[in-house]
Design a protein around this ligand. Sequence first.
Ligand SMILES: [Zn+2]
Length: 50
Amino acid sequence: MEPATREAKYHVVCRDCSVERLFESDAEATALEREHAEETDHRIVVGRVW
Ligand SMILES: [Zn+2]
């Protein structure tokens, strides 16, 4: 049996300010990425944490 704990976490970090958050879904991570980028024109990096 495989363990059911395969939750990928997405680490969203802004390179131009101190915004940094952790999400369980890539949809939420991407939403923040786009929203923040549109609002502030900052560069956001989304990384995966397993
Ligand atoms: Zn920012």
